[in-house]
Design a protein around this ligand. Structure first.
Ligand SMILES: [Zn+2]
Ligand SMILES: [Zn+2]
Length: 164
């Protein structure tokens, strides 16, 4: 790999809006940055949230377009759907996109946000075998069993209450 001092000294724009000319003039660009969490505040449905984002970006001109390969990784805090406990998880994603070489600005933040939005699961779990909460006393059953008696599953149990 050819060493290019421009790559090392290039200051990544905080909002990831790159000037196309900077990329074309140097025949490409490879850079990394840690991003401010404020750019990702409203991507997940609260209380789920993205807390840390790093990117590595590789740009190269391909005729009328510029291709960019992105590696996005970091941390997210999510609430377990079964026991409601908040846990921190790592994520690690990649994307491959193209942008017009004629545009003045290439908005990479858009691609990063799109990539992160796709990582929101319909149902987050703290672990695949989370035991959840007791339906009667609300105790987190991952911390151990509760004092409740198991519910009677006979259909007559429900009828009994009705005709009392
Ligand atoms: Zn859980
Ligand atoms: Zn219980």
């Amino acid at each position: 790999m050819v060493e290019n001092t421009f790559y090392q000294n290039y200051e990544v724009p905080e909002d990831l809006r790159f000037r196309t000319q900077d990329i074309l003039r140097n025949g490409g660009l490879n850079c990394s940055a840690k991003l401010e969490p404020k750019y990702f505040e409203n991507i997940f449905t609260p209380p789920n949230r993205i807390t840390q984002v790093h990117v590595n970006l590789e740009f190269w001109p391909t005729g009328k377009e510029i291709t960019v390969r992105g590696h996005v990784w970091g941390k997210r805090t999510v609430r377990c759907d079964r026991c409601l406990k908040e846990t921190q998880q790592d994520f690690d994603e990649t994307f491959l996109e193209t942008a017009s070489a004629k545009a003045e600005i290439i908005d990479i933040m858009l691609f990063v946000r799109q990539t992160l939005a796709l990582t929101e699961d319909i149902q987050f779990l703290c672990s695949p075998d989370c035991k959840g909460l007791c339906a009667q006393c609300g105790k987190n059953l991952n911390d151990g069993p509760c004092e409740c008696k198991p519910e009677i599953l006979s259909p007559f149990a429900a009828l009994k209450g009705k005709f009392k």
